[in-house]
Design a protein around this ligand. Sequence first.
Ligand code: SOE
Length: 386
Amino acid sequence: MAKKKLNIGLIGYGFMGRAHSNAYCKVNKFFDLEYEPVLKATCARNDEKRSAFAQNWGWESEESDWRRLIERDDIDCIDIGSPNNTHLDIALAAAAAGKMVLCEKPLAMNAEEGLAMTEAIEKAGVANMVWYNYRRVPAISLAKQLIEEGRLGEIYHYRAKYLQDWTISPDLPQGGEGLWRLDADVAGSGVTGDLLAHSIDTAIWLIGGISKVSAMTETFITERAVHDDPDTVKPVRIDDACAFLARFNNGALATFESTRYARGRKNQNTFEVNGEHGSIYFDLEDAHQLQFFDNRDDDHVHGWRTILVTDTEHPYMDHWWVPGCVIGYEHTFINALADFLKSLEEGQDPVRPNFRDALETQCVCDAVLESAATEKWQDVPSADAK
Ligand code: SOE
């Protein structure tokens, strides 16, 4: 049967622009779907880089102004892959134009913006998804399945870490391509919005809502040059590191830690869950494995087992290679896109995480930053629709 075309307009050509473009190119090769994304138009301000990007990935046309992209009748879905300070305006305009919207994480600069975006999207009634891609690591999806099957029983503890080391040099400027994550005016926050948002999204998905937090943050390098004016040095306003305690609504306790100052840790995203009957442990540096301890095993075989998450029974793996052949980072975006496209088919549930889910994560991030500033426990405001 002929596929239904879904014309995509992508904003941004950076790391995420590449990850998303790759997903659009490959998704129908591996998933049997009614819809097929068409790389209709890509949009960015830098003509030279945008054109090179468009040519490399096969985007059919180009725009330099995202407003023009949204106005186009031949675009069905706007994909926001540009820096965080652009998400609000683009999402509001795309929703008003009745386009479907895909948005990179974090949803917004803060929860206030996130709420405005969520309300606009829901009012427009358009399909939407936020690219919290780690939910689509098969081992993390398997963790969700094990928890839902009741294999862990009541959950007592959640322990997450997200560690990197790429900003230790004081010579890095704040701002500019690739480095906008160091500029609070563009990123909103540091590791809290960039890295812990992933950990929080995963935690809420696996365990449930977070009710209160107590946090500390630190900025180790307090002044950096401005990227387009190297002689000007300005205070750094992002958090380089953040650690917080949290309580889930269901009574479980959590600790979260993130930094960009953990020498040797490039992108280590880990979590452990401890429940009444068992525990699970995941580490993105061994993304094809899930560690599982089952206390209901016979006593004499008690021990942690390593599940190699590559069998056809495992989440997403029936779409990839034969058992034992691992998949990687890029596939998490392809899996997410497949879920989005599937959700557009007749009778399917809307995809998650949607804007409202991402707003919930944003509310936790805001509470974490507020707690660090006030040195007090903070209640997490509800992201539920009023
Ligand atoms: C930051 O270095 C970063 O690129 C994040 O922005 C991504 O969300 C994360 O998955 C990898 O690290």
